[in-house]
Design a protein around this ligand. Sequence first.
Ligand SMILES: NC(=O)c1ccc[n+]([C@@H]2O[C@H](COP(=O)([O-])OP(=O)(O)OC[C@H]3O[C@@H](n4cnc5c(N)ncnc54)[C@H](OP(=O)(O)O)[C@@H]3O)[C@@H](O)[C@H]2O)c1
Length: 354
Amino acid sequence: MTKPTYRVIQWATGTVGTAALKYFIENPVTELVGVFVTNPAKAGKDAGDLVGLPKTGVIATSDIEALIAMDADCVLYSPAQSPALMDTLCRLLASGKNVVSPAGPFLPNKWFPEQTARIEAACVEGNSSFHGCGVHPGFAGDILPITLARLMSRIDCIEVTEIIDKVRNPMIYTEMMGFGLDPEALLANPRRSPETYKAFYASMAMIAEALGKEIEKVTVKFEVSKALKDIRHLYGEVKAGTVGGQHYEWTAWVEGAPLIVYHFYWQLGEDLDPLWEQGEARYRVRIHGDPPLECNLLGGQDTSEHGDGRHPFLGLPWTGLVGCTVVPQVCDAAPGIVTHLDLGVVQPRGLVRR
Ligand SMILES: NC(=O)c1ccc[n+]([C@@H]2O[C@H](COP(=O)([O-])OP(=O)(O)OC[C@H]3O[C@@H](n4cnc5c(N)ncnc54)[C@H](OP(=O)(O)O)[C@@H]3O)[C@@H](O)[C@H]2O)c1
């Protein structure tokens, strides 16, 4: 039974957390009761001031103990990756608060049995629920293709592709991800480890489970493209001849054939060799079978004064919002880890405000 309002704590205000904080302040179904920040320049400020909204009376704090002791229905937990991530997550769950989080471990997953067991135990202790969210994993590579499968009469293979042009959609992590390195060096030591697919495995397994199948193995490919000239981006420059593009491909095999393929194409503009012509930043789902289907998920056209009419990549704000919109259902769910398959069709409330 949906309550009139859900008392929510926003944990960290990075790109994802900022979108979530704004949502919780503005949405009438949620009542913001706490905000955790690490940045000393943000601590002590009103939550409204952090996102350019009127004052809320809720003051951002770095006091973890005070927030854990606070009474709240749910925490949107979106901190940076850190060694303390799991400890704090489990303490929040054990304190009786439901947690929705894009920060991983995303969902129960055979590759992360220890984390899964710890989260389950914390849920039992606090009589609380945990839901992993995000745009990918968490939406584009699981609930979206599962929903689209309703339009198919036979499925041969599902391809989910993330396409980001990091010149048009700059990200602070660009250098950290290996752009600008010697191509051979990055191929030998990819910054996104070949094992990263394990964090996405829950999404693949969820599709397979929804289709009544089981994944036998996942195979991994990685290729890079070279910058044909020096390429400037918001956070630096990559030199001609160094890595200007990366393509990861993970294939989940079912009954001896590929059933689910995830591609990630990250490119710095178009002066690249090879240039993988994937079009504008988006998530694309292609379902091969009968009838064949393609669905493109992309931000609305930027028609603002300084916009160029193209579509921005909204993966980070979407990661916050997909968590916010599920908060009531997670709070109302039975205790434990709740996946998309447990929640069924989510009914976001408070979005229509005339
Ligand atoms: N599943 C998905 O699709 C998906 C997509 C994107 C991101 N993510 C995950 O979502 C989380 C947030 O991403 P983001 O893009 O918002 O990151 P971000 O912009 O780097 O923000 C993370 C925030 O965490 C806080 N922080 C910094 N150092 C910390 C530490 N040592 N311990 C705890 N908190 C710390 C800071 O908050 P304050 O500024 O408030 O101090 C920082 O702004 C990450 O864990 C990321 O991996 C998941």
